[in-house]
Design a protein around this ligand. Structure first.
Ligand code: MTE
Length: 333
């Protein structure tokens, strides 16, 4: 059972959190105490089908994406998949983006995300820290399309065509020092734009991290487009990570900072529930989440139960990264 110890920066939950989230969270804790949770209600934390905040609805006509002319980009045939592609409508209307609410139904609220100007900071253990605007970054990077699977820790999955560039290309541009061991990536923070960030119980901003070996693995991808168009706001515009051998929460959205460091980053979900969401989070059907099995997944838009594959089917690219580590580290959660 989860016993949560409050930290100094946390407001009392009832004061800080929208009531529906608060009530559902208490419900979740009760359910966890009983040792069971209904399959259909699996969520990172119990959320609610809240309507978008009025401010977010007001901003529902977003500015057009100025990178639209860059797409579509050529597909890299090395990364195709035999599974059918997920319907675009589903992949762009069933989302996790807690900055805009804790339900799956945040796509309209996310239209309030202002995607220009968008500056990315590259800092920490690098030869020369820099800031670069998203359009200058896009002009420098080799854009291509890849078909990737995406497996959420909640068991739903999708197969989508991301456009973007290998994270390795950004690492090479950043010229990290040899002492850098990790890459920490951070989402924007602006609670005026993102109503979810007014829930002070969450440790904003959203943070994720990879080891340098993971970040420079050929599969690690920065997605800037989806279905041959600029990536929609709800999917993490203007740039988000895609690491398909890991559970989806590692794929941090709307990144503003890449920091090279020698300290293992503590991620958003690790801060909240470290016993459920670890640093490594590699997909493994044989290692259940503490509250549910990971043996099967459900592709969005189907009733199918598809067996989950170790490393989400990408073991030939990444299994070597973790050889011999399993005894010391929880590499699969
Ligand atoms: N990044 C940020 N900043 N905020 C989030 O809430 N959710 C994560 C990940 N990246 C999340 C995030 C989770 S849990 C998943 S499964 C994927 O985004 C969902 O990506 P999608 O909405 O494009 O399917």
């Amino acid at each position: 059972m989860l016993i949560k110890i409050k930290r100094g920066w946390e407001l009392p939950e009832a004061a800080a959190t929208p009531e529906c989230v608060y009530v559902n969270r208490r419900q979740l804790l009760k359910t966890m105490a009983l040792g069971s949770i209904a399959v259909g209600s699996i969520g990172l934390l119990a959320g609610c089908d809240e309507a978008p905040a009025p401010e977010a609805q007001a901003a529902a006509t977003p500015q057009p994406d100025p990178s639209a002319d860059l797409y579509p980009v050529p597909r890299n045939p090395a990364y195709t998949i035999s599974r059918p592609l997920t319907d675009e409508k589903l992949a762009t209307t069933y989302n996790n983006f807690y900055e805009f609410g804790s339900s799956k139904n945040i796509w309209q609220a996310a239209q309030a995300l202002e995607i220009r100007p968008w500056t990315v900071a590259i800092s920490g253990m690098v030869e020369q820290p820099m800031e670069i605007g998203i359009d200058d970054l896009l002009a420098k990077m080799p854009l291509e399309e890849r078909l990737y699977r995406h497996r959420c820790v909640e068991r739903w999955s999708m197969t989508v065509p991301w456009s973007g560039f290998p994270l390795r290309a950004l690492v090479e541009m950043a010229r990290p020092l040899s002492s850098a061991k990790y890459l920490k990536m951070v989402t924007f923070e602006d609670s005026k734009m993102a109503p979810g960030q007014r829930a002070a119980w969450y440790p904003w901003p959203y943070v994720e991290g990879l080891t340098m070996a993971e970040a420079t693995n050929e599969l690690s991808f920065i997605a800037t487009g989806l279905y041959g168009k600029p990536i929609p706001r709800q999917n993490g515009a203007p740039l988000r990570l895609a690491v398909p051998w890991k559970y989806g929460f590692k794929s941090v959205k709307s990144i503003v900072s890449f920091e090279f460091t020698d300290t293992q980053p503590v991620s958003f979900w690790e801060t909240i529930l470290g016993n459920e969401y670890g640093f490594w989070a590699n997909v493994n059907p044989e290692v259940p989440h503490p509250r549910w099995s990971q043996a099967y997944e459900q592709p969005l838009g189907t009733d199918e139960k598809v067996p989950t594959q170790i490393y989400n089917g990408y073991g030939s690219y990444v299994a070597d990264l973790y050889k011999g580590m399993e005894d010391q580290e929880r590499t699969f959660m």
